[in-house]
Design a protein around this ligand. Sequence first.
Ligand code: SF4
Ligand code: SF4
Ligand code: SF4
Length: 282
Amino acid sequence: MYIATVDMSSCGGCHNALLAIGEPLIALLSRHTLSFSSPLMDRRSISPSDVVIACGAIGTREELEVAGEIARTSRKVIAVGSCAVYGGVCGSGSARPETDFEELDLPHLLNRALPLDSTMDIELYIPGCPPPPNLIFEALKSVLEGYTAPHFDATVCSECPRRVTDNHVESWDPHPSYGAGNETCHLNAGHLCLGPVTRGGCHAACTSRGAVCAGCRGPSEMVLSSQLHSIFSDMVKYMSLTTRTREDRVAGQLQAMLRSIYLFTRGDPVTWARVGERLPKD
Ligand code: SF4
Ligand code: SF4
Ligand code: SF4
């Protein structure tokens, strides 16, 4: 099969994660043909491909055209990374004025960075900032060679080695200290951790090393699958339960921190529609 890899508005981290697959990727590609790779080839038009590995959000008018080309000429697209899936960090800013830097010969910025599925059908979504290389590899194998890729319904908490203790916190610390040796659940210790509402699959990469989960894999299956679920209410309930802090108290403190909570999904109109109304006005 013919494979293309495309980078749009991104930091390049997802392509690095792709390369980090290493020898298994080389072995897989040796059975197929790499027909195009935007970081490797100095050429604008994408060759028609069976599978496109697409990283980054659509942030410029030029990328909107590239997305249209992919939609017309490709059979299957794998959206790799939270920028591609949700708009990610690129889509996290508020809507901005559409900007044309014509006199400087710079790209024409759209008024917001869009997730890829706003313009094309997506075969598989691999969120993460960046996603773990093994998840990208499994997605590729499943699309190219019929391997059944694992599906992650559970949350980061289910993969986390930290444990809830009999605690009671009075306030949340938006700037948690990092304590790799501490085995207590971050929420339980009063540090905002998005593990309870975030899709697993990363093996709790951050919390097992001392940091909180920043939610880079996006909302969990449970949060996404039920239209009745409010992401905000889920967080409040869980935090209240694990820390024995009153729900209204948790809700008040979370409200002030919402902009950073939804950092990775602000570019996604579906997710954002369910939380945006809770944000303080600019
Ligand atoms: S998802 Fe993260 S690592 Fe990937 S391109 Fe976006 S910002 Fe970079
Ligand atoms: S809230 Fe965070 S630290 Fe606590 S169990 Fe879940 S992922 Fe681990
Ligand atoms: S622990 Fe959270 S922030 Fe860290 S990689 Fe996993 S989903 Fe992303």
